[in-house]
Design a protein around this ligand. Structure first.
Ligand SMILES: C[S@@+](CC[C@H](N)C(=O)[O-])C[C@H]1O[C@@H](n2cnc3c(N)ncnc32)[C@H](O)[C@@H]1O
Length: 335
């Protein structure tokens, strides 16, 4: 008889089962999930019980992503893609007239990406991938959602562009060789995995020395908001040190329906990035406020708390060399 335990997130009592008692999980297409098989083989029963808690909080199984969250988020994003979410808008003819300017208005990209290897990470939906491919890059797009990737495939075919679509989770880039990409571009998506460090380390591995990594993330304070009160103030109802999946909130601005989301602290968003082998070159907070927006509108909330942060980072050289010229010696009157 295995000792019962409590979920670290919701404290629900969980009863571990012996390995043989537990049926093998299947993914949405009905095929056996390899990751679940791996977990079955290596994770002790007590840790498996935590992973099975219906609150979806436990997402660190011997370093493997939780299959529950992967499945739930894949289904959520399939639904969003199929119901015309704003995040599933493909690149337009107008946007394709100047693809690099459309992709990045802050001058973070080189003047040309022709022949560069670009990874659009968690970037399904037929926008980033199509723009980079139109600009002459060799593009791979990774996404968890087959419906999002179908948009990339369809658009690439329609426009006679080449895009390599890979269905996987952002924290498992084993499909790609070390030091392969010149640019990694990741729209808001790290909120769907509990361990952002694992994502960063994978990106560091597949990036060439001095590669550019552009990413956008949800800010932690915005994710701490649970509701708007009767004075139209926003209430921070989730602790900064909250661990595990975020609970449902009354104010759902900047949250996606049906998805399991995690909050990452600044120490993790920026600190983990630096500890994974990147140097931060710029940081912006895209403005989402509107002075005329009424309470209840996401742009009203955007006036109080910036929902997103956008980072430009560069992969440090593996040998410790930089592309910069060594700083000239400081001149002093005696020198
Ligand atoms: C905000 S959308 C970004 C796509 C869109 N092209 C954009 O920028 O408008 C976030 C994407 O992350 C994907 N996603 C969610 N969890 C993921 C995971 N664990 N690994 C890879 N992609 C994931 C979703 O399927 C979705 O396509």
């Amino acid at each position: 008889m295995l000792t019962p335990l409590r979920c670290q997130n919701c404290t629900k009592k969980l009863t571990p089962q012996k390995k043989d008692d537990r049926k093998i999980d299947r993914d949405v297409s009905g095929s056996t999930s390899l990751m679940t098989v791996a977990i079955e083989a290596v994770v002790p029963a007590q840790r498996r019980a935590l992973s099975d808690c219906s609150c979806n909080s436990f997402n660190r199984l011997n370093g493997q992503p939780s299959m529950t969250n992967v499945k739930q988020n894949r289904a959520a994003w399939n639904r969003l893609a199929e119901t015309g979410s704003q995040f599933a808008n493909v690149a337009t003819d107008e946007e394709l007239k100047n693809p690099l300017q459309t992709l990045e208005t802050r001058g973070w990209l080189p003047p040309s990406v022709t022949g560069l290897n670009v990874l659009c990470l968690a970037g399904g939906g037929g926008w980033q991938s199509i723009l980079y491919a139109a600009a002459g890059a060799n593009v791979s797009v990774v996404d968890l959602s087959p419906s999002m990737l179908a948009l990339d495939r369809h658009e690439a075919e329609r426009r006679n562009l080449k895009v390599n679509c890979v269905e996987t989770s952002m924290d498992d880039l084993s499909e790609f060789d070390d030091a392969y990409f010149d640019i990694v571009h990741q729209p808001v998506s790290t909120c769907y995995v509990s361990d952002i460090g694992r994502v960063y380390r994978e990106i560091a591995r597949v990036s060439k020395d001095n590669a550019i990594y552009i990413s956008q993330h949800k800010q932690p304070t915005s994710l701490q908001i649970v509701r708007r009160d009767h004075h139209d103030n926003y209430v921070l109802g989730i602790q900064y040190y909250h661990e595990g999946a975020l609970p449902a909130t009354t104010d759902v601005s900047y949250r996606e329906p049906g998805a399991v989301e995690y909050m990452h602290r600044w120490d993790q968003l920026v600190g983990e990035l630096c500890r994974s082998g990147f140097v931060l070159e710029d940081l912006r907070e895209p403005y989402r406020g509107d002075p005329h927006a009424q309470p209840g509108h996401f742009r009203h909330r955007g006036r109080y708390i910036a929902p997103y942060v956008r980072l430009k980072a560069r992969r440090q050289s593996r040998t410790g060399e930089t592309t910069e010229q060594p700083a000239s010696r400081i001149w002093t009157p005696d020198s």
